[in-house]
Design a protein around this ligand. Structure first.
Ligand code: AGP
Length: 614
């Protein structure tokens, strides 16, 4: 986690750093800081948001300069406070560094440096790294680039770093291993960022650093890219970015989360673009076409992921087993990577990730690759580490998702997974043609159907008002709607801090039913197809114990209307499409509860958008 920015060029740097940090706040927001160089480095840091940092710049002279680096933090080593915030400065005051990641062997390096007389002020591993660089620079009598190179050879862990040496103020050095880092190329100017959003408004030309790569940007010599392990110069691959700045702004909504919920019809259009052309044309997903043999011969498919993406994986299990008849397993990446899983030739491993940077998912991919699995990645962020680490895959194209709570990315993941399952099922002959066409026809209309669902927003908002004081929530669903119950509960707890649990509805009587009384709101996803009557029975059981029922039902349902305290209708649809629709009112419910409780919806406490630490 943590966000890094930097700039060297001919523009005043202050606004570039501050605005860049605000765009990266989704990556961490417990403290922030910047260094601006103007004859000498000026470092200012603040606990809290970037807006708290801005308050420290009352004097316009402090803002002057054309070179700087900045950081917004998600604490790993030491509490969020001013001292632990970045940038960190070496003992001589000459070298400044911003770091995203974890240096695992920092303690042993710290001991050695302490014996040499170095003094440490913070609890961070990053302060150790900046002093290690300084020590190497001095003892080996080398320039910053070489010192960074030798230091990185010593450290174990993950990092994206940007480093500056005031002895050579025309140069910035950076490197990555495990944490993302992008370079924006302007006209005799260079931007640095944990992603491209800080410089999107200035340039679309971008280099994404790969693991084990470092750069030296020198205003006289230009950019040099090096591979650290081989210590060789490499040619940069410059990408032309397609993202635009509007995507990363709120566009009139109070929060990114709300904007992203309402963007879903459009996001689904982007996900389906070029893939679902019309119901009488075959689905076209080029990576599936190219690797059809692998899927045809697959003995097993294993989905690996975390959080919301894990819920997508769980729904994928239902879709893929139903439509492909291939055994599927769903694993938390963090568990999968640390046990010794059996992976056989012919197994396909499918990692799913919005950010494409989740550390556990990335490590699980590397492990599965070593064991010989075929890796098919599903990512949202183009060019992300996971997208590059997998053999092939597909992008969800949900667009930038800034709100920490995943909304549109989830909807695009599950819509794409259904499309993939339909495509493969039809080609494998495991799916009845009539059923295929029925689902495809409904899928084609999905963006419009989602617009209809979004019209329920005022109803959901009025329901939310009644539950602001609830301390617990239960979410229940069966079959395809079970992963949605889990996702609904996660969404509520992460942004409103209300404890919520998701369960398969039938599991309720094996324990959770003991919790039900008049103070327990229970959200039940009870769409008409599938196990409808069994869910109705579950609702009766809750009712009998005084629980308050909020039911998501298919339009025209009269049975549940009589039982539930509140109903939210979604259009009647195929049971495989129902979870995609049913999830949307649950996103809105969480949003309104959290917003009315005064919680920070886009940046909930203790969380970050991209979890690049394990
Ligand atoms: C979702 O609302 C969460 N903030 C979180 O669970 C997230 O889905 C998880 O960290 C995985 O992220 P990824 O999809 O970027 O890999």
């Amino acid at each position: 986690m943590c966000g890094i920015v930097g700039y060297i060029g001919n523009k005043p740097v202050y606004d570039i750093l501050i605005n860049g940090l605000k765009k990266l706040e989704y990556r961490g927001y417990d403290s922030s800081g910047i260094m601006i160089y103007n004859q000498k480095p000026l470092v200012k840091k603040a606990k809290g948001k970037v807006s708290d940092l801005e308050k420290l710049f009352v004097n316009s002279a402090d803002k002057q300069g054309y070179l700087g680096i900045g950081h917004t933090r998600w604490a790993t080593h030491g509490p969020p406070n001013q001292i632990n915030s970045h940038p960190h400065t070496s003992n001589s005051g000459e070298i400044t560094l911003v770091h995203n990641g974890i240096i695992e062997n920092y303690d042993s390096i710290k001991k050695i440096l302490t014996q040499k007389g170095y003094v440490f002020h913070s609890d961070t591993d990053s302060e150790v790294l900046v002093n290690l660089i300084e020590d190497i620079k001095k003892t080996k009598n080398v320039k910053l680039g070489k010192a960074v190179y030798f230091a990185l050879k010593q450290v174990i862990g993950a990092y994206a770093i940007v480093v500056f040496d005031s002895k050579n103020p025309k140069e910035i050095v950076g490197a990555r291993l495990g944490s993302p880092l992008a370079i924006g190329l302007g006209d005799s100017e260079y931007y640095f960022g944990s992603d491209a959003t800080p410089f999107l408004e200035f340039t679309k030309r971008c280099i994404y650093l790969n693991d084990n790569e470092m750069f030296i940007v020198n205003m006289k010599k230009g950019l040099t890219l090096r591979e650290i392990k081989r210590d060789s110069i490499i040619d940069p691959y410059i990408e032309e970015l397609k993202q635009n700045i509007e995507e990363v702004e709120k566009g009139g909504y109070d929060h990114f989360m709300l904007k992203e919920i309402f963007e879903q019809p459009h996001s689904i259009i982007d996900t389906f673009r070029g893939r679902l052309l019309s119901y009488n044309q075959p689905i076209s997903i080029s990576s599936l076409k190219k690797h059809f043999e692998e899927f045809k011969n697959a003995k097993r498919i294993i989905f690996i992921s975390c959080g919301t993406s894990w819920h997508s994986s769980l729904l994928a299990e239902y879709y893929f087993e139903e439509l492909l008849r291939i055994p599927v397993e769903v694993e938390y990446a963090s568990e999968f990577r640390y046990r010794n899983p059996v992976i056989n030739k012919g197994d396909i491993v499918i990692p799913i990730s919005q950010s494409g940077e989740t550390a556990d998912t990335l490590a699980a991919i590397k492990m599965a690759k070593e064991k010989g699995a075929f890796l098919y990645g599903i990512c949202n962020v183009v060019g992300s580490s996971i997208a590059r680490e997998t053999h092939t895959g597909v992008y969800t194209h949900a667009g930038s998702e800034i709100g920490v709570a995943s909304t549109k990315a989830f909807s695009c993941q599950i819509s794409l997974l259904l499309l993939m399952a339909l495509n493969l099922g039809q080609k494998l002959g495991t799916l009845d043609q009539k059923r295929y066409y029925r689902i495809i026809q409904e899928l084609e209309k999905l963006p419009e159907t989602i617009k209809t669902v979004l019209k329920s927003d005022p109803i959901v908002e009025s329901i939310s008002e009644k539950y602001l004081d609830a301390e617990n929530f239960l979410y229940l669903g069966r079959g395809y709607n079970f992963p949605i119950a889990l996702e609904g509960a996660l969404k509520l707890k992460e942004i409103s801090y209300i404890h919520a649990e998701g369960y398969p509805a039938a599991e309720m009587k094996h324990g959770p039913i003991a919790l039900i009384d008049e103070n327990m709101p229970v959200v039940v996803i009870a769409t008409r197809k599938g196990n409808y009557h069994k869910v109705v029975s579950n609702i009766m059981e809750i009712k009998a114990r005084g629980g308050q029922i909020i039911a998501v039902v298919s339009k025209g349902d009269v049975e549940i209307e009589k039982l539930a305290d509140h109903i939210i209708e979604i259009p009647d649809c195929n049971e495989l499409i129902a979870p995609i629709l049913a999830n949307i009112p649950l996103q809105l419910l969480s949003y309104h509860i959290a917003n009315k409780k005064g919680c920070n919806v886009d940046q909930p406490r203790n969380l970050a958008k991209s979890v690049t630490v394990e």
